[in-house]
Design a protein around this ligand. Structure first.
Ligand code: NAD
Length: 336
């Protein structure tokens, strides 16, 4: 594999941070995004922060002809595929939209890759494919049973990718199951850009710390955890970004695929996150414990040992760095 990488969804949260890591590792990166959940200024910000120019194609992966045209023009050596919708609640309210966007979009991309003979794919999957985990820490051989439409789109895409790998021996995919990405670029100039109320905990807590929301709603205080609130595995977005660089190297050097968890292996409760964010921001953060949300497990954290063994990668940033970087980004958002 050579140097040219197409990053679908590269203007989004994880895609933009990964693009910076790729550019800094010497890759020639082209972003393809329809900006349905990101802003058009992000590619310029990526170029400024990385010191390298990134090209960008406006592309909706649901459009088969346009996807084919884009891949013919770019001729990537590998593709990292982030371009998808990611809200569990939205997927329950509008499943068809999720299946069309995530599944059809991925099938169009896979088809276009076959057309141009591009055989290297890094795919954004999610710990959501484990549903209610039967044990923690979760290893890759745990049972897969997604419990909402978003999770099912991820499982379907994993299966399609596996089937293509079986039928086309030259095709290799790194399927990366993310736990809870959080934090921001350490410049404070790039981070998660939630539209409306954030779905993820850390940006929600950041908005409460900033005075934009009155309190954090903590869904459930009676889970089987030490303080009763749900435990998750929060991984810094720049650690996650770096794992993608390692995954590309793995595909290039080993010429085989893999499926790995990307998490830290440590779980933190909602209350621990609120406390850590309060320390990082120096602000009091009000919270209220409310009813559980259907579908939430007591605890969900990764066994990250396979990623360490195969990719030589492990997360290096802890919870305090996640909160400090997310807070710097929140302040930047309010000042600009
Ligand atoms: P994001 O919404 O910030 O980024 C996704 C990007 O894809 C956006 O820029 C959006 O405009 C683009 N996109 C969506 N549909 C598209 C389409 N049809 N054509 C072209 N572009 C399209 O999300 P993120 O947090 O960066 O997530 C990236 C990937 O990681 C997604 O596949 C998501 O499912 C997966 N993931 C995210 C999390 C998380 O908590 N953030 C956890 C596990 C997995």
């Amino acid at each position: 594999m050579n140097n040219r990488i197409l990053v679908t969804g590269g203007a989004g949260y994880i895609g933009s941070h990964t693009t910076i890591a790729l550019l800094q590792a010497g890759y020639d990166v082209v972003i393809a995004d329809n900006f349905s959940n990101s802003e058009r200024w992000i590619p310029d910000r990526i170029s400024t922060l990385s010191g390298h120019v990134v090209q960008c194609h406006e592309l909706d992966l649901r459009n088969h002809a346009a996807t084919l045209e884009c891949l013919h023009q770019v001729r990537p050596d590998g593709v990292i595929h982030f371009g998808a919708l990611k809200s569990v609640g939205e997927s329950i309210a509008n499943p068809l939209h999720y299946y069309q966007n995530n599944v059809t979009g991925t099938l169009n991309l896979l088809d276009a890759m076959q057309h141009i003979g591009c055989n290297n794919l890094v795919f954004s999957s999610s710990a959501t494919v484990y549903g209610y985990p039967d044990r923690c820490p979760i290893s890759e051989d745990a049972a897969l049973h997604a419990i909402n439409p978003y999770g099912r789109t991820k499982l379907m895409m994993e299966q399609a990718i596996e089937d293509i790998g079986t039928s086309s021996p030259g095709f290799h995919a790194a399927v990366l199951r993310y736990f809870n990405p959080a934090g921001a670029h350490d410049s404070g100039q790039l981070g998660e850009l939630p539209r409306g109320a954030p779905n993820n905990l850390v940006p929600f807590v950041a908005q409460v710390a900033a005075g934009l929301r009155p309190e954090v709603k903590v869904f459930g205080g009676d889970y089987k955890t030490p303080d009763g609130t749900g435990i998750r595995d929060y991984i810094h977005v720049m650690d996650l970004a770096q794992a993608h660089v390692h995954a590309l190297e793995y595909l290039r050097d080993r010429k085989q695929g893999l499926v790995v968890n990307l998490g830290t292996g440590s779980g933190y409760s909602v209350i621990e996150i609120i406390d850590a964010f309060s320390r990082a921001s120096g602000r009091q953060i009000a919270y209220q414990i409310t009813d559980r949300r259907p579908g939430d497990a007591d605890a969900c954290y990764a066994d990250p040992s396979l990623a360490e063994k195969l990719l030589g990668w492990r997360a290096s940033r802890g919870l305090d760095t996640i909160c400090a970087d997310a807070w710097r980004w929140q302040i930047h958002l309010q000042q600009n």
